[in-house]
Design a protein around this ligand. Structure first.
Ligand code: AMP
Length: 269
């Protein structure tokens, strides 16, 4: 399974990536983590990235693209990966398309964690306090001033990726304001619905809920996900063809309902 996690700083990408890698046995490829390691090790890339990162700016595309390209080739990424913090610009997304094509790899989905911006500052402050509490060093860019800059850069340069992947029928949007547990469940559910998850990983309760409440084509895909993988993929494709709306978007939007509405309904149960 190959995924991209998309969302502003503090939206929970790192937390959700950790949960997904444990569940599916894939690796998390975080450009932020790799760059921080390069800075700590004082490598030539680290030296170039250090000041840019400290100020909340973006490291040049060619640097991050080459880091990711090399990392994807490592044996531990063969089973699949989650890209966290990459791509961050449309040129990076285009470069990723190109390099995946060259490597004969296919992207399964892009999971967007949609969050309320006003909550982000609080989340990042909490993250810094928790890190301090564990006696660890706080990230130099986890300050309110730098966060404001990182958010502006997200809005200007990264948000266009939502349109980019939506047009390519890859986008799945999840309400990132739910609890960590709920967000994880929702991600697992939609990955099952599109047939990206192998049957042994499919969450039973999620598949049931989806089959009962989703549009016919998506429910069919979910049912099929319980069958052997090949058959499930085939049915998911057929469902996508039959759906009036793009099936991936429909898998979340649920016939026009916003993720928030879906959440509220579920919270009442
Ligand atoms: P993150 O841990 O994803 O919040 O990234 C921390 C910092 O690393 C960012 O604020 C950027 O300065 C840099 N960075 C991480 N990923 C990228 C990327 N894909 N493109 C450019 N800069 C990046």
């Amino acid at each position: 399974m190959r995924l991209i996690l998309l969302g502003p700083p503090g939206s929970g990408k790192g937390t959700q990536a950790q949960r997904l890698i444990h569940r599916y046995g894939i690796v998390q490829l975080s450009t932020g983590e790799m760059l921080r390691a390069a800075v700590a090790a004082g490598t030539p890339i680290g030296l170039k990235a250090k000041d840019i990162m400290a100020s909340g700016g973006l490291v040049p595309d060619e640097i991050v693209v080459s880091i990711i390209s090399d990392r994807i080739d490592q044996p531990d990424a063969r089973k699949g990966f989650i890209l966290d913090g990459f791509p961050r610009t449309v040129p990076q997304a285009e470069a990723l398309d190109e390099l995946l094509k060259k490597k004969h790899m296919k992207l399964d989905a892009v999971v967007e964690l949609r969050v309320n911006e006003s909550a982000l500052l609080e989340r990042v402050e909490r993250r810094a306090a928790e890190t301090r509490g564990r006696g660890e060093e706080v990230r130099i860019d986890d300050t309110p001033e730098v966060l404001i800059k990182r958010l502006a850069s997200y809005r200007q340069l990264t948000e266009p990726l939502i349109h980019y992947y939506s047009e390519r029928r890859k986008l799945l949007t999840v309400d990132g304001m739910m609890t960590i547990e709920h967000v994880t469940r929702e991600i697992n559910r939609i990955l099952t619905a599109i047939g990206a998850v192998e049957p042994q990983h499919a969450p039973k309760e999620a598949a049931k809920a989806t089959a009962g409440s989703r549009s016919k084509p998506v429910a069919k895909a979910v049912k099929a996900a319980k069958r052997p993988v090949k058959a499930a993929r085939k049915a998911a494709k057929a469902a996508a063809r039959g759906a009036k709306k793009p099936v991936r978007k429909g898998a979340i939007a649920k016939g026009g309902k916003s993720p928030k509405k879906v959440t509220k309904k579920r919270a009442k149960r």
